[in-house]
Design a protein around this ligand. Sequence first.
Ligand code: GAR
Length: 199
Amino acid sequence: MTRIAVLISGGGTNLQSLIDAQTAGMFEDGEIVLVLSSKQKVFAIQRAADNGIPSVIVARKDYHNLEDYDGAMRAELDRYHVDLVVLAGFLSILGPKVLGAYGGRILNIHPALIPSFCGKGFYGLHVHKAALDYGVKVTGATVHFVNEVVDGGKIVLQKAVDVMPDDTPESLQLRVMEDAEHIILPQAVAMYCRGEIRG
Ligand code: GAR
């Protein structure tokens, strides 16, 4: 069995796409055993509860330094005997303790075609605003393995999405989520569960 932890910081539409994929049997012996949130009171926690998935909150502000925060996150992942960590809109930083223990077993979804519009500061709506400011006609999403370089790990899947002339950051974000992220993130997790990809 592949025990999956999904790390989130917000609404959790990507988490929902993973829950739906699991319900549809896409993950074979894979199971989401934990939702770990970096924030309190986000809707993703409700989605976990609605589906009987345990959730924990590990918020950076509750720890004196990055080392303690990193250690707390590592302890939760260890406690649930996690095999695969999925960053699904997780907007906090991972430290060396988590990366050291789970390196090669962490997937992230990024809302652009890496290496465009990625790296430090490129998250959420900032990514789509940058794509519109640049004037690209095609953007998309990328699933990649996580290493110590922000958005720098091995690419697993990408899917392109057209930019429309009247797009706003919000309308583009929605199209990238629905037409790319919610498709390729469950696909990548299913590939991992079948042993087809390794970091
Ligand atoms: C998603 O668009 C995800 O790709 C992005 O945050 C959003 C979370 O939405 N992640 C990043 O920007 C990471 N660099 P969700 O909570 O509805 O899944």
